[in-house]
Design a protein around this ligand. Structure first.
Ligand SMILES: *[C@@H]1O[C@H](CO)[C@@H](O)[C@H](O)[C@H]1NC(C)=O
Ligand SMILES: *[C@@H]1O[C@H](CO)[C@@H](O)[C@H](O)[C@H]1NC(C)=O
Ligand SMILES: *[C@@H]1O[C@H](CO)[C@@H](O)[C@H](O)[C@H]1NC(C)=O
Ligand SMILES: *[C@@H]1O[C@H](CO)[C@@H](O)[C@H](O)[C@H]1NC(C)=O
Ligand SMILES: *[C@@H]1O[C@H](CO)[C@@H](O)[C@H](O)[C@H]1NC(C)=O
Ligand SMILES: *[C@@H]1O[C@H](CO)[C@@H](O)[C@H](O)[C@H]1NC(C)=O
Ligand SMILES: *[C@@H]1O[C@H](CO)[C@@H](O)[C@H](O)[C@H]1NC(C)=O
Ligand SMILES: *[C@@H]1O[C@H](CO)[C@@H](O)[C@H](O)[C@H]1NC(C)=O
Ligand SMILES: *[C@@H]1O[C@H](CO)[C@@H](O)[C@H](O)[C@H]1NC(C)=O
Ligand SMILES: *[C@@H]1O[C@H](CO)[C@@H](O)[C@H](O)[C@H]1NC(C)=O
Ligand SMILES: *[C@@H]1O[C@H](CO)[C@@H](O)[C@H](O)[C@H]1NC(C)=O
Length: 765
């Protein structure tokens, strides 16, 4: 979503393919091969703390470090810790959200007028389900359950009393983007020497959220000797119980445990009530048993599904990226506090954002974890049923910010064609038609005051009237392109449900992107003509300040959002056939893609931004798949690295990691269709156990650093001459296999049909 592009000519460690490693011994645990700090720096904004797959509790450090900028996930490697808090997002941009319900253990004097911060004495430690921080006087360790956690403090310096600060007002701020910062509204806390309950209310943030409440409940393992409330003006001591409600930007309770050397807290959270926050705690767990259960959940739900053979760096890269695709959205079923919601309504929140995830993260989940895929789609449907609109961006139980189209349509379309179960398709269809036909209510956004960016398609009136979005609206080019893809998804679901008229209507609308293709448009320094361009209401193209290789600030007020016109020109996955005919020849098509990447051209396409996710794979459409293999490998090696700076910018909630996983497997999905484009795998064997019990096996013979090119292929045991494969052939009831013969010869091996353009439609205009 958000990433300024830095041209980093740094290379992934040269992979030592020479000694393939079969990692099947009992001591091998994939969880130990996840680098939790991957993508936490360099703008990746990954959350390294303790959590479960899609878990609501995401427990980690909140850090103040002016040199780091906004700590989007709470974490920064340096700086001072000002809280250990229960909720975070992962891999997001925009502005930090959450960092609420916090504690901070300390010793010594407490100064209520000053923010309490702790310095670390070493780098934090993290494992799947666990996070550890060492400060000079206290060692902090946390483990996460689904909606609660256990926080353990070891006080090592007992010359002063062992204490815990509970700062009700604590939350993440956005020092770099104060206009989007969260703000504390008010709150209250009731405490005894054994624990506390309360509520805190916040508002603001990237989605300009209205006030929302988070309730909390905590039990201590040890009784406090004294408790004291505090606010900016001072502290008030008590030996039994205290209550305090305040709008103060700094208030709460300080618990003093005398000379206790260890204090453990069980902390539960809920959006509904403090009682429910207590109910969300499983009191039977010890620190260790909770950690064990959480790791078991990760193992069974995610890691045990794969069995990998190959170079050990690549295996680590695979598991680390896989982890990052299972963090958000979060399962908040039973936790939506708004009227209309029933506790049983499946509900996921923290779509941050679908604009990022719909292209390959949701399709990955639909393969690896269709139970989640189903719950995610049914959540979109329930959000529509209960609140009126599906989200694009959403957190704190409120829709907020749409960057382009209503891309939840593609998420629903993808689930439909992949036979995702337990979805109310008739309600899903209503939600999609609503997106396609009803303009959302006006919602003022100072970055784009022309139309709603809260939900729905802000520029819908133009789309309905002209078939494209005029320059009267911001992001007219990127919105036009995305509305076309969204309408394609709607046409797909219409067909599946038997609504033939709607199928035809929306298929025709899905071709509307062709209306902003100006065949006469030129670009300085390039011989070919024909680019997408803004268009006026009277049908004339508007080339004022228009360069196909620039998107200005590429932001809310520009013609395109986070992508140049030449990138958006390729973002029509449903109809590459028509794009090819507009471009004119296979040679020019190849030349145009080559021109976007430093492998053969300049750095034009931004691998860190989603509109170009599919582009490097598009050579398959002219049956020159070796070029896709070459380019995808080039991007993998040059733009992705190991470690905390391993992502080339924002993770985008795991979207980047999903791109890496597909690229390592050697397949790329065309969301909303059953097609996967084939490249070549970076591991010699990838076995995936599907939830239906069937097995998928992808194997690569002769894989090496040089041997990345396909020489021949077998699919399900048969010779295969196409560079694409259909979902059911590989991921259906019987599973499937692809056997690659790789070599160093970059050759055209495919003689079969090029990949289908299932939304092929030529606009009659
Ligand atoms: C409590 O949190 C608020 C908001 O994050 C912060 O401004 C304040 O300084 C904190 N108070 C203490 C005592 O740390
Ligand atoms: C950090 O904390 C952990 C957990 O309490 C402890 O095992 C470790 O020894 C500590 N490390 C240092 C350097 O204090
Ligand atoms: C323990 O805390 C006291 C008071 O804050 C401090 O003077 C002392 O240096 C600390 N000792 C150690 C070993 O950190
Ligand atoms: C916070 O303020 C809202 C209204 O602004 C009120 O409904 C709520 O009860 C207040 N919460 C507390 C804890 O005082
Ligand atoms: C934890 O707190 C809840 C709510 O106050 C209480 O019902 C329960 O007995 C406490 N549990 C323990 C183990 O102290
Ligand atoms: C307490 O502090 C707040 C600022 O946080 C101030 O507005 C208020 O007047 C103070 N109240 C008293 C009684 O000093
Ligand atoms: C999501 O949360 C609900 C409520 O706790 C639970 O019933 C459901 O099983 C969860 N989904 C998954 C896939 O774990
Ligand atoms: C444009 O075409 C000419 C003649 O075919 C060729 O020499 C030149 O290299 C081309 N320029 C670019 C930028 O492709
Ligand atoms: C912009 O909107 C106004 C008022 O709706 C309309 O009169 C005008 O023609 C539109 N301009 C363009 C370029 O579409
Ligand atoms: C192009 O659009 C801009 C608004 O973005 C408008 O001011 C200008 O008049 C238009 N130019 C033409 C030639 O239509
Ligand atoms: C372009 O590539 C497609 C796919 O290989 C092929 O069918 C078609 O004949 C090619 N067109 C030309 C003009 O070579």
């Amino acid at each position: 979503m958000i990433s300024s592009y830095f041209l980093l000519i740094a290379t992934w460690t040269v992979l030592a393919f020479a000694a393939p490693l079969k990692r099947k011994d009992d001591s091998f645990n994939p969880l130990d091969h996840v680098d939790l700090f991957y993508g936490t720096e360099n703008g990746g904004n990954m959350f390294p703390g303790a959590t479960r797959p899609f878990g609501m509790a995401k427990i980690g450090v909140d850090v103040l470090d002016p040199s780091f900028g906004n700590a989007y996930s709470g974490y920064a490697p340096g700086g001072e810790i000002n809280g250990i808090s229960m909720m975070h997002e992962s891999g997001t941009g925009g502005a930090p959200e959450y960092g609420v319900v916090s504690q901070l253990p300390f010793t010594g004097e407490f100064n209520p007028g000053k923010e309490l911060t702790l310095a670390r004495v070493q780098h934090d430690t993290a494992q799947v389900g666990y996070y550890g921080v060492n400060t000079s006087d206290v060692d902090i360790e946390v483990v996460a359950g689904e909606r609660f956690g256990i926080l353990k403090y070891n006080y090592r310096n007992l010359t002063e009393d062992s204490q815990i600060l509970v700062n009700v007002s604590h939350h993440l701020g956005a020092p770099d983007r104060p206009w989007w910062t969260q703000r504390f509204v008010n709150g209250s806390i009731d405490a005894t020497t054994q624990g506390y309950t309360g509520v805190a209310t916040f508002k603001g943030g990237w989605g300009d959220q209205s006030a929302w409440n988070i309730h909390f409940c905590c039990n201590f393992s040890t009784e406090a000797t004294t408790i004291a409330t505090f606010d900016n003006n001072g502290t008030t001591k008590s030996s039994q119980s205290v209550s305090k409600a305040s709008q103060d930007n700094s208030f709460g309770v300080v618990f003093n445990f005398g000379k206790a050397s260890e204090v453990t807290s069980q902390v539960g959270i809920s959006f509904i009530s403090a009682e429910r926050a207590c109910f969300n705690i499983n009191y039977d767990h010890t620190f260790n048993s909770l950690l064990e259960e959480t790791r078991k959940t990760w193992t069974e739900e995610v890691f045990n599904k794969f069995d990998l053979t190959g170079d050990s760096n690549t295996i680590d890269q695979f598991y680390t990226n896989l982890y990052g695709t299972h963090l958000i959205p979060t399962n908040k079923t039973g936790e939506n506090p708004n009227a209309n919601w029933q506790p049983s309504d499946t509900y996921y929140d923290d779509f941050f954002t679908i604009w990022d995830s719909f292209r390959c993260l949701n399709p990955l989940i639909n393969i690896v974890n269709p139970t989640r895929g189903s719950e995610i789609v049914q959540s979109l449907v329930n959000i529509y049923r209960n609140e009126g609109w599906t989200p694009d961006g959403r957190s704190a139980n409120q829709n907020g910010r749409v960057q382009g189209g209503t891309n939840s349509d593609v998420v629903m379309g993808d689930a439909a064609v992949k036979s995702i179960e337990n979805v109310d398709w008739s309600a899903a269809y209503s939600a999609m038609k609503h997106n396609a036909e009803v303009a959302p209510p006006y919602w003022h956004d100072s970055f784009a005051p022309d139309a709603s960016t809260k939900e729905g398609r802000g520029a819908l009136p133009d789309w309905l009237k002209y078939g494209y979005v005029t320059r009267n609206y911001t992001r007219s080019v990127s919105r036009t392109i995305e509305y076309a893809y969204d309408d394609f998804a709607l046409s797909v679901v219409a067909k599946q449900l038997g609504y033939q008229d709607d199928h035809e209507k929306y298929l025709a609308r899905s071709a509307n992107w062709q209306k902003i293709w100006n065949k006469d448009a030129t670009a300085d320094g390039y011989n070919y003509t024909g680019f997408v361009q803004p268009r006026n209401a009277d049908g004339s193209f508007n080339s004022t300040n228009y360069d196909p290789f620039s998107c200005g600030g590429c932001y809310w007020g520009d013609d395109e959002y986070e992508g140049k016109p030449v990138e958006y020109g390729f973002a029509v996955p449903h109809d590459i056939e028509t794009l090819l005919s507009l471009i004119g020849s296979n040679e020019t098509f190849i030349e145009r893609i080559n021109d976007l990447y430093p492998l053969h051209g300049k750095q034009v396409a931004d691998v860190g931004n989603e509109p170009s996710f599919l582009t490097p794979f598009l050579f398959n459409f002219v049956n020159q798949q070796y070029r896709s293999v070459e380019l995808v490998n080039y991007i993998l090696k040059n733009d992705f690295k190991q470690g905390s700076k391993g992502l080339p910018g924002n993770s985008d909630g795991g979207a980047m990691q999903a791109w890496v996983i597909f690229s390592l497997i050697g397949l790329y999905p065309i969301a909303g269709t059953t097609t996967y484009l084939i490249t070549s795998p970076s591991l010699s064997s990838i076995k995936l156990k599907l939830e239906n019990g069937a097995n998928v096996h992808i194997s690569a013979k002769k894989l090496s650093n040089e041997n990345i090119y396909v020489q021949s292929l077998k699919v399900n045991g048969q010779e295969w001459n196409q560079n694409w494969i259909d979902h059911d052939t590989l991921f259906g009831e019987k599973g499937g296999s692809i056997e690659f013969q790789l070599g160093s010869d970059a050759k055209i091996w495919e003689s079969g049909n090029a990949p289908p353009s299932s939304g092929h439609y030529t606009a009659s205009e």
